[in-house]
Design a protein around this ligand. Structure first.
Ligand SMILES: Cc1ncc(COP(=O)(O)OP(=O)(O)O)c(N)n1
Ligand SMILES: Cc1nc(C(=O)O)sc1CCOP(=O)(O)O
Ligand SMILES: [Mg+2]
Length: 203
């Protein structure tokens, strides 16, 4: 499999991708919540075409059926999403799969489905969504990497540009971020800085 880029921003609309992907993002997640299906489908299509034009790997969050129907090739599912998903249909369609984990049980379950990456979170406190887990910390990142072996490990949750190098040094292969970019006063400059800071980890 193609190596995934170490910088993995998550954005909540195709409009955000249109703004930021052309700056040189090579791996991005479209994570849209609570929108009608026609909006989801239109954004997935726009994101798919944009990412294809910019040599960027698109990961669609949650909506695996729409991802299959729209010819996307990578989805992200959390544990509750896994409960409802048809993994056979996902694999038959040739989709790659990233899975969230927050504790031991979730990691065992994630590894059992043969994921294309495992995400561990929240590494630091996050303001994006309420989560029942305490921040995992950097030692847990290292422990997860030892347990996942060759499977790429994504660190997520409260990761800023300033924290990214520490998360990578602790064992993550990839660092993911939302608000450090989208709430920044200059998201374009922030993305350029992330790309420059993570370039040495890319191959
Ligand atoms: C890279 C990455 N890691 C974790 C998540 C969270 O997925 P999930 O637990 O399903 O929660 P939602 O994002 O769907 O609210 C993610 N999306 N991406
Ligand atoms: C979407 C998401 N999933 C997480 C998990 O731990 O599974 S943490 C998270 C939010 C990440 O946003 P920010 O970079 O702004 O903290
Ligand atoms: Mg989900």
């Amino acid at each position: 499999m193609m190596r995934l880029d170490p910088f993995y921003p998550i954005l909540d609309s195709a409009a955000w991708l249109e703004r930021l992907v052309p700056l040189g993002i090579r791996l991005v997640q479209l994570r849209i919540k609570d929108r009608p299906e026609e909006v989801l489908r239109a954004d997935i299509r726009t994101a798919r075409d944009l990412c294809a034009a910019h040599d960027c790997q698109l990961v669609v969050n949650d909506y695996w059926r729409l991802a299959i129907e729209e010819g996307c090739d990578f989805i992200h599912l959390g544990q509750e999403d896994l409960d409802a998903a048809d993994l056979g249909a996902i694999r038959r369609a040739g989709l790659k799969l990233g899975v969230s984990t927050h504790d031991d049980g979730e990691l065992s379950r994630a590894l059992a489905v043969g994921p294309d990456y495992v995400a561990l979170g929240p590494v630091y406190p996050t303001i994006l969504k309420k989560m029942p887990w305490a921040p995992q910390g950097l030692e847990r990142v290292g422990e997860w990497k030892r347990r996942v072996g060759d499977v790429p490990l994504v660190g997520i949750g409260g990761i800023s540009l300033e924290r990214a190098a520490g998360v990578l040094a602790a064992g993550a292969d990839i660092v993911s971020a939302v608000t450090d970019i989208t709430l920044n006063t200059d998201p374009e400059a922030r993305v350029r800085a992330w790309i420059a800071a993570t370039r040495e980890y890319a191959t």
